[in-house]
Write a protein that binds this ligand. Structure first.
Ligand SMILES: [Zn+2]
Length: 273
């Protein structure tokens, strides 16, 4: 249902959104989204650090028009105050006292439009990694912070396994040609776990080969595609018999609900090396 609703709003003929990565800390990505109507203006998603964003703005000659925040963790919001010191711009994020820098807050099912930039995003509440975590979906792109990673998902710091499983299922059910921009470069480690869960997954094996080649050249593995994630990401495949059986072997008893399979996978991944 969700897929139909969003697909109806976003025709496939829309030009591909230009998004570039800015590396921060050891493995974070801050995403810079170019305005389709004025390529010299960009929106930054989850600027945990200001310095690399400022360096990229100076290198490219672009100006920062707005900031989107998915959740309150310092490696996603830590650069906001310094970036605001360079000029007043809007900061859009979830209502959470731990994010005092927002100029506007957004909630599940709302839409936020930047009319002057030709950009607009649907908001999805995706609790689990944190309770107020949100994702932004628009123009065939998903900015999902630390909820969904390529071939993996975020740790559950605040939510329940049922909440996190529901959040991931909502993201999985967006249109399959959605490009997924997440907050960290964890893809290789995630695929090693995915293959421990589901060793016969030929798509995951081929994806690991291609990602290892990219990473050897220091290239980002991202964005990913939701159509690929639905084939390789065990956390989106909790109803698949091979994934369920692997989770059941891990705990030694049957698991009836996909959310229970998810809970076992998440705990297994937490201690997987
Ligand atoms: Zn986080």
């Amino acid at each position: 249902m969700l897929q139909v609703k969003y697909a109806a709003k976003m025709p496939n003929a829309a030009p591909t959104l230009k998004v570039r990565p800015v590396r921060a800390f050891s493995d974070n990505y801050i995403w810079l989204v170019e305005s389709p109507s004025d390529p010299s203006r960009v929106i930054a998603v989850d600027p945990g650090e200001a310095a690399p964003v400022i360096a990229e703005l100076e290198r490219s000659g672009a100006s920062l028009a707005a900031i989107l925040l998915t959740h309150h963790h310092p490696d996603h919001i830590g650069g906001v105050a310094e970036l605001l010191g360079r000029g007043a711009i809007s900061v859009i994020g979830p209502a959470d006292p731990r994010i005092p820098v927002c100029t506007a807050t957004v909630r599940d099912t709302e839409r936020y439009d930047f009319a002057d930039l030709g950009l607009g995003f649907e908001i999805l509440a995706v609790p689990g990694h944190t309770l107020s975590h949100i994702a932004f979906w628009g123009h065939g792109a998903l900015f999902c912070g630390d909820t969904l990673f390529s071939a993996g998902c975020g740790r559950m710091f605040e939510g329940t396994q049922a909440q996190m499983h529901t959040s991931l299922t909502r993201l999985r059910d967006l249109p399959p040609d959605t490009r997924m921009f997440c907050g960290h470069e964890y893809t290789v480690a995630n695929l090693k776990f995915a293959l421990a869960v589901d060793p016969g997954n030929v798509d995951a094996r081929a994806y690991l080969d291609s990602v290892e080649q990219l990473r050897a050249r220091q290239m980002p593995s991202l964005p990913s595609l939701l159509s690929l994630e639905s084939r390789v990401n065990p956390f989106l495949r909790c109803s698949e018999p091979a994934v369920r059986r692997a989770a059941e072997r891990q705990v030694g008893h049957p698991l009836d609900e996909p959310s229970a399979v998810f809970g076992v996978l998440r705990a297994w991944k937490d201690q997987f090396r």
